[in-house]
Design a protein around this ligand. Structure first.
Ligand code: MSP
Length: 581
């Protein structure tokens, strides 16, 4: 795809400087309060109901945001709906609705789903809002004033599904259902058609070197690493200028180009600017920008890692700090699609597996580096074995009145579990074994490991580590069989209480660390252990204080009331249906 002729003289651009300088940005990087970031999900196309892929994007953001809040570094967390463009215009027409009414309905569906899922956003943006239109218009005028836009006649293969022009090398011929042939996008398989029109072009080609430097110097980081490696070749190939408007007679549902009502602003320029709108662009964004971290699916990486930083640099702003990329969910081994009828409805999943059960499943099974397959049995197996058996079972066991008749947080005995094991052959001065000391050291290190995994976008790994420790704790209880110890013998009672104390302390740590992922269940667990709302921060998390020669605030405290099992076991669904959309 290339511009055929320039219809207006190219104005000379603000010259690209080899390094960041005052002409690029007015403020230095990281200017948000106390190093906090704007965390964002993509804004979701308002052309259909939300599915589990959308929910997954939002959950990753939610869990990370909650985790940061528990560390006292909450920042902002924005999500929303992307409501302009041909896709929406076509979907609204097919539904016999006015685009605005159609978007209102779909946007509310997303908001309701997010409320049900406990997505703790601080801002939900809709691109049809006035504040956003103002931001987009200002952004456009800035690009124009700085000389980065020009008009040109343009023609090429247009993919409506991706809202983008594709080069000849990006399309291929394919047989259609009527025995004819049509052209499709090589990357997505969506049908494309030939379009020829007059557009505004953005001088993307001039950003090839600055973008490459930006990424190589890791001033914009892309995580996980394979996605960073995927972006580099895009910047080493030809990077043609980008068409950033559409003729109004073809696309009416969008923001008109300021001063030229015959053109509509390209939906991706419109959509990307949402990240600025939510931080108050064009008035107060400098209080936050560029302290931003975008969570995006792999299909929209180019828009975020190439176009967006280029637009920002052109507008005199810094690129965001981080991009976290995730892969996709398939259903029963296939790409989810309406025509296959295998699109998984998250609301049906919440009903079947509980909200926390399903949140846990998506975040534990979802590995950002690779596509993940959804099927019902997998959710049941995971939730039953990990949440119901390992975690719920552990809580149930150690709070049972047979073991803990006083219903209090039991006391720890240093004589039974001395800090220094002080012996050989697996037996020490106290009653604890080498494996018990390993457990204590694993749980002690756990919060740091979990935080690091969250911040490196490895939430699934954080959950694996928590579960591994919970399994070890079950092993600890199993090894010492507290139910065989007698409360009538003071020495045995001391050891029994110590076993329970260590188990409670482990459970307290797991409950605290699981708050970002299963908030309602973590609350139930912590309440049962008698941990108050002001004692749930991760910033000053303590573990086994008494063992570490410090005062333990929990010892002797009454437990919270018993509100039943932590996780009821899930039943196998009667038939294999996803409650498809
Ligand atoms: N509107 C654009 C984003 C604009 S952001 C400035 C868009 N919307 S989308 O609704 O198609 O996709 C939103 C997010 O959902 C993307 O991150 C996309 O990768 C993600 N997912 C869509 N289908 C998915 C799966 N099957 N699995 C996981 N995530 C998926 O793109």
């Amino acid at each position: 795809m290339r511009p055929l002729s320039l219809l207006a003289a190219r104005r000379s651009p603000v010259w690209l400087r080899p390094r960041w300088g005052s002409r690029w940005c007015r403020r230095s990087r990281g200017c948000s309060p106390a190093g906090r970031q704007l965390l964002s999900t993509p804004i979701f196309y308002a052309n259909g109901s939300p599915h589990i892929g959308h929910l997954y994007s939002a959950l990753l953001g939610d869990a990370l945001h909650r985790h940061r809040e528990l560390h006292g570094r909450g920042g902002r967390f924005a999500t929303g709906t992307d409501e302009h463009g041909l896709k929406i215009q076509t979907a609204a027409a097919a539904a016999g609705s006015l685009p605005q009414h159609f978007c209102d309905r779909v946007s509310v569906e997303f908001q309701e789903l997010f409320a049900q899922a406990g997505i703790s956003y601080t801002d939900f943006i809709r691109t049809t809002e006035t504040r956003h239109r103002r931001a987009v218009e200002h952004f456009w005028i800035t690009l124009q004033d700085r000389g980065w836009l020009y008009r040109a006649k343009y023609e090429g293969w247009y993919c409506t599904a991706e809202e983008t022009f594709l080069a000849a090398s990006q399309v291929t011929e394919c047989p259609d259902s009527q025995g004819g042939r049509h052209m499709v996008s090589l990357e997505s398989g969506h049908q494309v058609h030939w379009a020829s029109e007059e557009n505004y072009m953005f001088k993307l080609s001039e950003f090839q070197e600055p973008l490459l430097r930006l990424l190589k110097e890791r001033r914009l980081t892309i995580t996980p690493e394979p996605f960073y490696q995927q972006v580099l070749p895009w910047l080493k190939q030809d990077l043609p200028d980008l068409s950033v408007s559409r003729e109004r007679n073809r696309l009416q549902w969008g923001i008109p180009v300021p001063g030229d009502a015959s053109q509509t602003i390209y939906v991706w320029v419109d959509a990307l600017v949402n990240y600025l709108t939510v931080v108050g662009y064009p008035d107060t964004h400098h209080d936050w920008w560029p302290a931003a971290c975008h969570i995006v699916g792999k299909d929209i990486l180019k828009f975020h890692a190439v176009y967006w930083p280029a637009f920002l640099m052109a507008a005199g702003l810094d690129p965001p700090e981080q991009i976290f990329v995730h892969s996709h969910w398939t259903a029963d081994g296939q790409k989810m699609s309406k025509s296959l009828g295998n699109v998984v409805d998250p609301r049906a999943c919440f009903q079947r597996y509980t909200v926390d059960g399903f949140r846990y499943f998506l975040l534990k099974q979802g590995v950002p580096e690779r596509d993940c397959d959804y099927y019902d049995e997998k959710v049941i197996k995971l939730v039953n074995s990990e949440l119901a058996d390992v975690l719920g079972g552990l809580l149930n066991r150690c709070t049972a009145s047979s073991l803990n008749p006083s219903g209090t947080y039991p006391c720890f005995s240093k004589a039974c579990f001395p800090k220094d094991m002080g012996a050989q052959n697996g037996r020490g001065l106290g009653k604890a074994s080498t494996e018990d000391y390993k457990l204590v050291s694993s749980v002690k290190e756990l919060p740091l490991r979990v935080s690091s995994d969250f911040e490196h976008f490895r939430i699934y790994k954080a959950l694996e580590s928590i579960l591994e420790c919970a399994r070890q704790t079950n092993g600890f209880v199993q090894r010492h069989k507290p139910w065989k110890l007698s409360r009538n013998d003071p020495a045995q009672q001391e050891w029994l209480d110590t076993i329970l104390h260590v188990t409670f302390e482990c459970l307290r740590v797991y409950g605290l660390l699981l708050q970002p992922v299963i908030p309602a269940s973590a609350d139930k667990l912590l309440t049962r252990l008698g941990v108050g709302p002001s004692e749930r921060s991760l910033r000053d998390l303590t573990f086994l204080s008494h063992y570490h020669e410090e005062q333990c605030p929990f010892e002797g405290r009454s437990l919270g009331c018993d509100t039943g099992v932590l996780f009821p076991k899930l039943e196998k669904p009667p038939s294999r249906s996803h409650g498809g959309l």
